[in-house]
Ligand binder design. Structure first.
Ligand SMILES: N=CN[C@@H](CCC(=O)O)C(=O)O
Ligand SMILES: [Zn+2]
Length: 400
């Protein structure tokens, strides 16, 4: 069975080469078709429908069924390549303190670890499912989910098992922080042994990725050498690499990520010229998390400097209880445009194809023949309404 989706005022394909795409600078890199249609087909119990045809509505082939979007717009489903959705507890008071000047240093993570360990599986599952639904309701169709609020073998495995119920993009983050009861030198060394040994062995079968919070400026996180050890152990266990780097200060995270061939280094708030240069010539995506800067009152990363140098950029929510409790990719797009100087087209691309690159995925982030039918519906005549109508729920995942 095939279905024709027609009445699309603007269709963002993400393929700049698509025939008939608008060529002006406002739409650069997006492959936008006006008055467009899509035909999807296939799919069944175990597989999603795929795109069979994309083009101007006037040239659309017949299909078994048709739906008319009556002048709304369609974009690729957002790819949120960085989130920490498996947690319990509340840290709103920490947010309030930051708004009146208390700096973020990662110390609050311990509060979430305690609450998460105390929650039952059904409680955590319900919280996780609710957050994923919240994301879909705002246009996100692919999400990466990290562990990192368990910090024992059992609790990290549990977080990964739960994450695997909602996504294939599961990340082992035992190296989020050193647990508070292990902060002396011996305890720290023993925790690192655990993260790279028994905990890794138990977690690797449940994850695709390994991540580390590389931040020498935080007493809770890991320095360059510790991070290298974590990443190399993860790689030896068959995991692919991603890094939290350069969030609170210039540091070794970016260089390490590039050197080890990580798919992405995330935050990139404080970068040296050498960091920018390294990213520009690399296969490592710079993932920017503007909601973190919003919620921690930090300066925003310099997206123009990265884009100008030729680095590949993604944006993601980092949805977590500490630095950014927002699941909204539309808000991240708006912040990227308003606060980081990205054009609307660059921001939308970073939230779709950029996120896909950060997850090394070629099957999402674009709308093209042969790819999964993975779309978000914009209740407006133009995709530009995503940042333009900031705070208004104009975009949601399109269920087909
Ligand atoms: N910086 C490290 N981890 C998270 C924050 C976690 C938390 O504060 O609970 C982040 O990406 O910002
Ligand atoms: Zn994070």
């Amino acid at each position: 069975m095939s279905m024709l989706i027609t009445g699309i005022k603007e269709l963002v394909t993400g393929d700049p080469e698509v025939e008939g795409a608008i060529t002006d600078p406002l739409h650069a890199g997006l492959g936008v078709l006006r008055d467009a249609a899509i035909v999807i087909g296939g799919g069944g119990e175990d597989s999603a429908p795929t795109v069979q045809w994309v083009g101007h509505a006037a040239a659309a082939p017949a299909a078994d069924w048709a739906i008319d979007l009556e002048g709304r717009s369609v974009v690729p489903g957002f790819v949120d390549s960085h989130s920490h959705l498996v947690f319990a507890g509340d840290r709103s008071a920490e947010f309030a303190a930051r708004m009146s000047g208390t700096p973020y240093d990662g110390g609050g993570i311990a509060t979430t670890v305690e609450a998460t360990r105390s929650a039952s599986d059904p409680e955590l599952r319900t919280l996780l499912q609710h957050r994923v639904q919240e994301m879909r309701a705002q246009g996100t169709t692919t999400v990466e989910v990290k562990s990192g609020y368990g910090l024992t073998v059992e609790d990290e495995v549990r977080a990964l098992r739960l994450a695997r119920e909602v996504t294939t993009e599961v990340t082992y983050l035992g190296a989020h922080v050193v647990p508070p009861d292990r902060r002396d030198a011996a305890g720290r060394a023993a925790y690192l042994d655990l993260v790279c040994g028994e905990m890794l062995e138990a977690c690797a079968p449940h994850a695709r990725w390994i991540d580390v919070f590389c931040e020498p400026a935080s007493p809770h996180a890991f320095d360059g050498e510790e991070s290298r050890r974590v990443l190399e152990a993860g790689r030896a266990a068959g995991l692919e690499l991603r890094v939290h780097g350069n969030q609170l200060s210039e540091g070794p995270g970016v260089q390490l990520a590039v050197e080890l061939g990580a798919a992405s280094v995330d935050h990139c708030t404080f970068l040296s010229d050498a960091d920018v240069e390294a990213l520009a010539g690399s296969g490592t995506v710079a993932t920017l998390l503007p909601g973190v800067e919003f919620s921690t009152r930090q300066p925003y990363p310099d997206a123009r400097r990265l884009i100008g140098a030729g680095a590949q950029v993604a944006i993601a929510t980092d949805c977590n209880p500490g630095t950014c409790y927002s699941s909204s990719m539309p808000l991240m797009i708006a912040l990227a445009v308003r606060e980081m100087g990205m054009t609307p087209a660059e921001a939308l691309r970073a939230a779709t194809a950029g996120g896909a690159a950060a997850l090394r995925r070629t099957d999402v982030g674009r709308i093209a023949v042969g790819l999964r039918a993975d779309f978000a519906l914009v209740d407006a005549p133009s995709w530009l309404h995503i940042p333009y109508r900031v705070g208004v729920p104009v975009v949601r995942a399109l269920e087909v």
